[in-house]
Design a protein around this ligand. Structure first.
Ligand code: TRH
Length: 362
């Protein structure tokens, strides 16, 4: 059987990445003919991220209703270890044909991902007794689950008209202006970044969210002191338009997981602000990605410039120490971003890998 019914469970821990990844995955599976039920504890972000009408094959359900309404079908995806309700587990275990149970993990370039991808965890007790949970790790190498890459992504990108889109979204820039997308958790290092951008006039497209007002104020202060920089505060955009924003920009400052991946598909120079973890595990995670990314044909000068900027932007370097930050040469950085995209495009994408795992040709 080619088409299956998928139940994707997602809890919004904080910010928008959990729902962002699950929505994107659900939509991609639906576009490939699958029936997807998305169970969310908080669907409020869909109002702007995915305004209705929603695609055929994809429906949204309340997590709170799962205990009474969930009927076991073909596949259950537990996103980011969100702990399925006991009633759901019991129904899965009691179903005549147990569903394939997949825990979709967080994205990392660390080596453990290849070792852990597709490991299974038999359940010896509790409501899910007798079931196997499978760990599915997205990643950047062929021995991982890959990245979400919609079948129509390349076509959408090739048809994209940056100027027309920017005009329609009130964020047009002059030809001499460098366009910079800013999506971040904190902006302590924004003065250093603005200093590095001082070689050209720049417009900073500041995404909606907690630091938008602070970032805008810092940019306006710098402008008031004579710098050729201005800020545009953006409203929350639908996910497709968030892609368009990244495609229209010359430099993308992104964060978390989903925007980080989308910046890689955008194939523009980028800086990643990683989701901070209390035990500093995010430093190792950041270094693991940098090692892969910079190994993909970055010139030595570029390696040094990017490392400094990435580590400083993430608060891993003393901002007062050392010489000012420098942006890598724009043409070389663009070439590197394109090479990285090409390299990633050789990988089988995440939805296709999930379908193969289920025995469906993608
Ligand atoms: O919002 P994030 O920081 O999300 C997360 C969460 O913190 C999560 O708990 C953590 O585990 C994870 O990161 C690693 O960043 P992310 O992942 O980039 O998600 C943002 C989503 O919001 C992404 O799908 C893009 C979308 N988005 C829009 O669609 N429109 C917008 O205007 C903006 C600003 C974002």
């Amino acid at each position: 059987m080619r088409n299956k019914t998928w139940d994707v469970f997602c809890q919004v821990i904080d910010n928008h990445g959990d729902i962002g990844v699950c929505w994107r995955l659900g939509r991609d599976l639906a576009a490939r003919g699958q029936a997807v039920r998305l169970w969310l504890d908080d669907a409020s972000a869909l109002r702007w991220m995915a305004p209705e009408p929603w695609p055929a094959g994809l429906s949204v359900h309340r997590w709170a209703d799962a205990a009474s309404q969930f009927q076991s079908a073909d596949v259950v995806i537990e996103a980011f270890g969100c702990n399925l309700p006991d009633e759901v587990l019991a129904r899965m275990a009691q179903a005549p044909h147990a569903p394939c149970w997949i825990n979709l993990e967080y994205l990392s370039a660390e080596a453990y991902v290849e070792r852990s991808h597709l490991l299974k965890s038999p359940q010896f007790n509790g409501p899910a007794q007798g079931l196997n949970k499978h760990f599915f790790y997205p990643g950047f190498t062929p021995r991982t689950g890959g990245l979400i890459r919609e079948s129509n992504l390349a076509r959408r990108q090739s048809e994209f008209q940056a100027q027309a889109w920017s005009l329609a979204h009130q964020c047009a820039s002059a030809p001499e202006e460098r366009r910079v997308t800013l999506f971040a958790y904190q902006v302590h290092a924004l003065p250093q970044l603005l200093q590095a951008l001082a070689d050209r006039p720049s417009v900073i497209l500041v995404c909606s969210g907690a630091v938008q007002a602070e970032a805008r104020q810092m940019i306006e202060n710098r402008r008031a002191s004579g710098a050729a920089v201005r800020a545009v505060a953006l409203p929350y955009l639908p996910q497709d338009d968030f892609d368009h924003l990244l495609w229209s920009s010359d430099l993308n400052l992104v964060r978390g997981e989903d925007s980080f991946v989308r910046a890689q598909w955008a194939a523009k120079p980028m800086v990643w602000q990683i989701y901070p973890q209390s035990d500093m595990a995010h430093r190792t995670k950041l270094e693991a990605f940098l090692a892969h990314w910079l190994a993909a044909g970055a010139e030595p000068d570029m390696v040094a410039d990017w490392r400094r900027l990435w580590l400083g932007w993430n608060g891993f370097e003393d901002l007062q120490a050392g010489p000012p930050w420098r942006l890598p040469d724009a043409a070389q950085a663009l070439l590197h971003a394109k090479k990285w995209r090409e390299h990633l495009s050789l990988q089988t994408d995440l939805s296709t890998q999930l379908l193969h795992f289920l025995g469906i040709s993608g």
